[in-house]
Design a protein around this ligand. Structure first.
Ligand code: ATP
Ligand code: MG
Length: 407
């Protein structure tokens, strides 16, 4: 079993070994390489203590954000490489952070502290795979299995429960029955985990190719971290939309909250401190889901939501129609998506800037400066975008003059 390692990784291993240390590639990159997926980044585990690692890479730029836990990030040929001293995590009295990490002597002990067997393999370019917990077998069977006693491992660090669901959603793996049973029974301890860490895992999970399937395996776990979903007893209906959607976070959040609705989504997203842009777009999508969209008001919709969000709304709306078995309406949405793409390519400006009159023109007509003028411009834009009057200077000015007269 050979894994192709980039030169900068090989260089780092040799550099440590030349100083008498051991070094292996470990964790997610070994898993992903064996699965034939592109490894995102490579991590090394080494017998060298952090200071020795630093010495081995003297002259290289380093970042020691994780130094407390034994991790030094070294930049080699502009590639960041995380190098972590063999360690165990000790006890977790708060289910969040190990009270202290202990450096250990062997790669085996280091692998034993890792969460799932498929994440607990090491690889060396000369000696090949080191797999003391049969991760490769579980990988072949597409199975997530906790390393060691599941209850103990999830009790130590409850985030692992959500990681399990996340990996299942990304990789399409089943969860070994005893592992799943422990995840469900210890889920309450997720309340002890920082919301930022929860948010990160939920986002990765929602974007997974198999997110809907993973969430159906243990919906109670998601409910535990997002109690706002319980606003609707049938929240799982939203999961049926996933297979029709792009891998887009606001769309997936909106789909998840299809039944509980915009207020529940807003409360959840804010509580777990998601970025504002994500909260706003997800809520906007939910607020407009159910709008009666047709060619006549497409431009207006784009002008209000912007091209990107409007397109996401069309896709989401189409998915809802498919879910309801309304194939005609779904293909109607598809046509609108094409219209939107054309408009976008034509580069038509659907904002006030694209309107054939300006505020200056209305002032000249006799409008006083202020709210009334702003409202008149918005109404003109709306009429022009919905085709009720042509976007021509003469027509627009006539309308504006009429309003002024009647006011
Ligand atoms: P990804 O591809 O998403 O980065 P990954 O498996 O590399 O997945 P990381 O969070 O980068 O995940 O962690 C790297 C490795 O560290 C994991 O493969 C696992 O061995 C170990 N690990 C990470 N978090 C935990 C944890 N909470 N408990 C136990 N081991 C963990
Ligand atoms: Mg990783």
């Amino acid at each position: 079993m050979r894994i192709h390692l980039p030169d900068y990784v090989l260089e780092a291993i040799r550099r440590l070994e030349n100083r008498g240390h051991e070094a292996y590639v470990v964790g997610g990159c070994v898993r992903d390489s064996l699965l034939g997926r592109k490894a995102l980044d490579f991590d090394l585990a080494t017998s060298a203590l952090p200071e020795m690692t630093r010495e081995a890479f003297a002259g290289y730029p380093t970042i020691d954000t994780g130094i407390k836990h034994g991790t030094l990030t070294v930049l080699i040929d502009h590639h960041p490489l995380e190098i972590t001293t063999y360690r165990t995590d000790g006890t977790y009295s708060d289910a969040r952070h190990p009270d202290q990490v202990t450096f250990v002597r062997s790669i085996r002990e280091d692998l034993a502290r890792r969460d799932f067997t498929c994440n607990a393999m090491a690889y060396h370019p000369d000696t090949g795979l080191y797999d003391p917990f049969s991760g490769q077998k579980d990988l072949k069977n597409k199975l997530l299995r906790a390393v060691g006693t599941p209850e103990k491992r999830f009790r130590e660090d409850a985030l692992r429960i959500l990681r399990g669901l996340r990996f299942s959603g990304q990789l399409g793996f089943d969860i070994e029955p005893l592992t799943l049973k422990a995840m469900v029974s210890i889920k309450g301890r997720l309340n002890l985990v920082a919301v930022e860490r929860i948010a990160k895992e939920v986002n990765l999970l929602l974007l997974g190719d198999y997110a809907d399937q993973a969430l159906r395996k243990a919906p109670e776990i998601l409910l535990c971290v997002l109690p706002e979903l319980a606003e609707s007893g049938s929240w799982q209906t939203g999961l049926d939309l996933f297979s029709h959607l792009k891998k887009d976070l606001p769309q997936r959040w909106a789909a998840l909250f299809l039944e509980p609705g915009a207020d529940a989504a807003q409360a959840a997203l804010n509580r777990i401190k998601q970025p504002r842009a994500l909260c706003e777009e997800s809520v906007l999508l939910l607020n407009h889901l159910g709008d009666d969209i047709e060619t006549g008001n497409l431009r207006l919709l784009i002008s209000r939501l912007g091209y990107q969000t409007a397109q996401k709304l069309l896709q989401l709306t189409r998915a809802v129609f498919l879910l309801k078995g309304q194939a005609d309406k779904a293909s109607g949405m598809e046509r609108l998506e094409k219209e939107l793409t054309c408009l976008r390519e034509e580069g038509i400006d659907l904002s006030l800037k694209g309107l054939s009159v300006t505020g200056r023109d209305l002032l000249d007509l006799g409008y006083p400066e202020g709210e009334q003028l702003g409202q008149a411009l918005s109404r003109l834009l709306e009429l022009a975008l919905t085709g009720q009057i042509p976007n021509q200077r003469e027509d627009l000015l006539k309308k504006a003059a009429l309003w002024l007269k009647n006011n």
